[in-house]
Design a protein around this ligand. Structure first.
Ligand code: GDP
Ligand code: MG
Length: 181
């Protein structure tokens, strides 16, 4: 069994850290599902004999980079081959970027990129799993407010709270993904 998992999100959300944490030891397994040209495999993890193939869709989070429409469309098309779309968010940065005071350029950019992706998902009627990352750096109450705000979009089927660096919540997420295969 095999699930293709597209990991999307603003730069610095923790996508690479999450995939590395899931993959653990390096494995090279040929999957029967065909890769699209716009999607790159970041790593393969195994959970209960299920392969989780993490794919990367470059270009999806860069609306300001004046990529031509065909390229952006191709990045979104790559998502159609995925069994699950994970939208990763740097929760503390997103919170700071929304908060006004204390918001720096990086956190405002995180908000801009993340909101652009959410809008894109909405436009296409796509459903995704929300992964709020870096929970080691945010207060519980702020996290709950974020969950409410994201759920209001009607795009997310599930929400996971994780810390890719401490490992908090990663096993739950992995087990969930394996069930989607
Ligand atoms: P990507 O650009 O989405 O692939 O993000 P990276 O995986 O490269 O992570 C960006 C930065 O965030 C790195 O410095 C990571 O160490 C850090 N980071 C990732 N996950 C966490 C987390 O759960 N907590 C904290 N505190 N830092 C994290
Ligand atoms: Mg990365």
């Amino acid at each position: 069994r095999c699930a293709f998992v597209a990991v999307i999100g603003a730069p610095n959300a923790g996508k690479s850290t999450l995939v590395n944490a899931m993959v653990g030891a390096k494995v090279s397994i040929v999957t029967h599902k065909v890769q699209t040209t716009r999607a790159r495999v970041r790593g393969v993890a195994i959970h209960d004999e299920t392969q989780l193939v993490f794919i990367d869709t470059p270009g999806i989070f860069s609306p300001r980079r004046r990529l031509d429409r065909a390229m952006v469309a191709a990045a979104w098309d790559a998502l159609e081959g995925a069994d699950v779309i994970l939208l990763m968010v740097d929760a503390p940065a997103y919170r700071a970027g929304k908060g006004g005071a204390g918001a720096d350029a990086a956190s405002r950019r995180a908000v801009e990129d993340t909101d652009a992706i959410v809008a894109g998902l909405k436009e296409r009627g796509a459903k995704a799993v929300l992964v709020l990352n870096k929970i080691d750096r945010i207060a519980r109450g702020e996290l709950l407010a974020l969950i409410d705000a994201f759920n209001a979009h009607g795009v997310f089927t599930d929400v996971f709270l994780i810390s890719a660096t401490t490992g908090d919540g990663i096993l739950d997420l992995k087990a969930f993904l394996a069930k989607r295969a």
